[in-house]
Design a protein around this ligand. Structure first.
Ligand SMILES: C[S@@+](CC[C@H](N)C(=O)[O-])C[C@H]1O[C@@H](n2cnc3c(N)ncnc32)[C@H](O)[C@@H]1O
Length: 207
């Protein structure tokens, strides 16, 4: 994906023109992500960032679980604003970061980096390298990276953009320099349009 203004505009337009349940990636409850996060037994003070969080309800559930250091990053300010509007007062408890992930300059480290369906839009090798290098610098020693992407049986496009598809082997290769693959699973996501998208979720740990 380009790191220019076109990408920002593309995503802002989507979030301006659609309700949250009118996009293919909508989930009322982010079940797979929450199950994987629970397995990590992180302390409630853990620093958690959701990359490309958009309007996801992941932040709602993390707040309900009692996590106190949550950040949500997205290229679209519109998405973040809509997410804040949904959360109301509780949004003040969250750190909102509007930036292209490939240009992210982190001010702190994170114990958990979560990404569902943002990384797979990085189709240019140069941007994948930037993403990996930022994750390497930003995730704490022994910290975790949970990555949800389209699988090799998943879509090749989403919201009009090309996407990459991964197997656990190909995703492992992307991150193996600094991360150890701890577990993976394939699962079907049912879209609001009654179609199925096959996802791969991998949990990595910073070496
Ligand atoms: C398919 S949506 C998934 C949203 C959310 N993670 C979820 O599971 O509901 C992809 C999200 O990634 C964001 N995104 C796309 N490219 C990005 C980039 N280069 N940097 C940061 N966010 C990006 C989009 O704005 C959008 O919110």
């Amino acid at each position: 994906m380009n790191t220019d203004k076109t990408s920002t505009q593309h995503w802002n337009t989507i979030y301006q023109s659609k309700n949250e349940n009118e996009v293919s990636w909508y989930q009322e409850y982010p079940k797979a992500s929450i199950e994987l996060i629970k397995e990590l037994n992180l302390p409630l003070s853990a620093h958690i960032i959701d990359i490309g969080g958009g309007e996801s309800h992941l932040v709602d559930v993390l707040l309900e679980m009692g996590y106190t250091n949550i950040s949500v990053l997205d290229i679209s300010e519109t998405a973040l604003q809509k997410n804040q509007n949904r959360l109301g007062e509780k949004s003040k408890l969250v750190n909102w970061i509007a930036t292209d992930i490939t240009e992210f300059i982190p001010r702190q480290k994170y114990d958990l980096w979560h990404d569902r369906a943002a990384f797979h839009f990085l189709t240019a090798e140069e941007n994948v390298k930037k993403y990996v290098s930022i994750a390497e610098r930003t995730i704490t020693q022994d910290g975790f990276l949970i990555m949800g992407t389209f699988s090799d049986n998943g879509p090749t496009k989403c919201s009009g953009l090309d996407t990459k598809q991964f197997t656990e082997e190909s995703l492992k290769k992307v991150f193996e320099r600094s991360f150890e693959l701890k577990s993976f699973k394939y699962l079907d996501h049912s879209t609001p349009f009654n179609t199925i998208q096959n996802f791969l979720f991998c949990t990595f740990q910073r070496k």
